[in-house]
Each structure stands twice: as structure tokens, then as C-alpha cells.
Ligand binder design. Sequence first.
Ligand SMILES: Cc1ncc(COP(=O)(O)O)c(C=O)c1O
Length: 378
Amino acid sequence: MVIEADRLRAAGRDLVDFGVGEPDFPTPEPIKDAAIAALRADFTKYTATGGIIELKRAIVESHRRDFGSDYSPSEALVTLGGKHALFNAISVLVDHGDEVILPAPYWVSFYDQITYAGGTPVVIETDEAQGFRLELGAIERAVTPRTKAILLNSPSNPSGAIFSPETFRGALELCRQRGLWLISDECYAKFLYDDRPYSVAGEPDSKDVLVVAGSLSKTYAMTGWRVGYALAPVPLIKAMLNLQSHSTSNAASIAQKAAVAALTGSQQAVAEMLAEYRRRRTLMVEGLRAIPGIACVMPAGAFYAYPNIGGLLGRSAGGERVDTALAFSAQLLQQSGVVTVPGEAFGTTQHLRLSYAASPAAIAEGLRRLGEFCALLK
Ligand SMILES: Cc1ncc(COP(=O)(O)O)c(C=O)c1O
């Protein structure tokens, strides 16, 4: 859908883009200033592969401050984005034939990274009626002798759902009992609307079975800077470092300095962005719910809405039958110029993902077009 959207855009089509998963805010000024200062100081050479010590300290300190964890810099690895932290962890942990338990809807890269490593994603259901709640029983039932890890992402891309501390504690306990790893993707951990920020790494005795993948991309509107991190036991960090040293090497030197400024400076910009996302969430979700045939769970975090369009499938618009979310998303793009991501990408068949990291005017216009498109479906 994104490729087709690029083609239409290049052809001059006026699109409303709910497809991209990134903040529309600029990177805050103090962060940019730190990168400029690093450049001017000629901090432009290789750094230690696993990141500069200043940044590792900033990572573990900010994680302690925000979530009550207790890591030392030797348990941290600076990566080229959160995706890279996940890739390193999955590459090192998952062998051919291993299974990784993955709740749906899941972020598409999880599935592909597990498969790429030779593993098998074992997809488990969540309960949409309960805000995509994950039952511990569903995880337990999915464990087999081949299970290597459980991968949880809260708040979730694409649903915005959060998993409860009880679920995390249960998953942790299961990992301890069965000798599994818990991989926790905290990419959106700072974007929670009602609940207090939570990391399973703040639970006592969590560290020996846990890999945290973190990212500065969304929190600080730094998607293009490519800085993320992993927190894990030292032997695992060493293995990931080894892989990184023979593949990407270090994250960009000036981006690392910018990341130090992001983590150690004022967090006011983060609070402001969150307040704005909250307003946009209301606009998006209320607008979606007002369209007949669409139901939408209120996302508890991140900046995505994941409406259920099942009530509209099986109909036709402009002579085209729309039987799947994929077809719905494609027709919506062609006929109304609205970019969305169909649920098939995330392991469900009746949903669309809409990012509300877009301006309120774009949200209003996109919803108007979506409403018109849905009214045409007969
Ligand atoms: C759930 C999730 N994890 C990790 C990432 C990785 O982000 P980055 O590699 O930019 O840090 C993303 C980005 O979209 C994401 O949605």
C-alpha cells in the first residue's frame, strides 16, 4: 500500500497519509543542538561498537528513573534503532526450529525477523472485545518443547493496546519455569494515556530472562537518527555486540551524542507531544466510531488506531468488491486517496491501522473521505 501511495503521490495525487508510523513533530531543539555541537567538535569517527559509555550510562539511568529498573552500562548495547536491537536479539537467540510466541496483532517486523532467523512465530490471539487483552493462559497453551522466547510489545503497534503488569509478571514466571526468554519491545513505553509508564524490567528478579528493546525514535521524534538500545544479561549483550561488530558497527557518532541530550535533558517536549497525541486520539477514534460499520477500541498507548471494519467487508464500491481488509485499504487509497495499512500485515483480517501522528486537519479530512468511501459500500 505504501508503494502504491508513493506512486500516486509522485503522480500528483492529493493523499491523506495515515500509513506512516512516525511522529510528525520535529526533533526537539536541544537534541539537534547536541548533534551540531558534536559535529563541530569533530566527534565524527568510529565509536566503541556497543556505543559510547556516556550514552550507555544515560540509557540505564533514564530507564531506572522512568521504570525502576536496575541495569549497569555493561548490560546495555546501543543499536541503530529499536529494530536493530530486536534483530540482534532474535538473531542471537533464535535457531532453526525454535518457536517464538507472538500475540496478534503484531508488528510486522517481529514476524519477519523470527522467520529470517530460522524460527517459527507461534501466533496467539488477543481479545479485541477487551481492548486486545492478552490472556496468560493463551501464552501457556502455546508453549512447546521448542519454544525459545515470548515476544511482547506494549503499548502495541498496531493496536495501541497495553498488556497489564499481571500479564508481564505471569509471562516472566513462565519464562523462569520453562527456561524461555522474554523479549519486551518498549518502543512506545513513554506514550501511555491513562496508565503509569511500566517496564517489566522494573520487576524484581526479571533481568536474567529478559531482553528489553528500546528506542529513541518515537519518544523524541528521532526516527531518522537511528538510535535504540538493548538491555540484557552480559553474556547476551556480548553475543549481540559480536554480531553488531561484524555487521553495522556503532550507531552514528553524532546521533549518539544527540541521544545523550535526549535522555538526560528536560523531558518537557515528550510530555507536550503526548498531550497532542491524546487530543488527536480522541479526534481519530471518535471520528471512526461515528462511521456506520466501523468499531474501534480506544488505544491505551502509542499513536495508532486499529478499527475493525468487518461490518463493511463483502460489499462493493465503484464496482469493486471489497472482501478483505487488504482490498478495503487498496480501494480506499485508489478511490479516496487515504493511506492506511491493512490488518493482514499485522496478522488479523478485519482491521486497518491508522496512525494519528498526523495533523488534526489531516485527521479531519481523512475521516471525511473514509466516511464517504464507507457510505459508497453497498
Ligand atoms: C513496535 C515497534 N518496535 C520497534 C520499532 C523500531 O523503531 P526504530 O528502529 O526506529 O527504533 C518500531 C517502529 O515502527 C515499532 O513500531
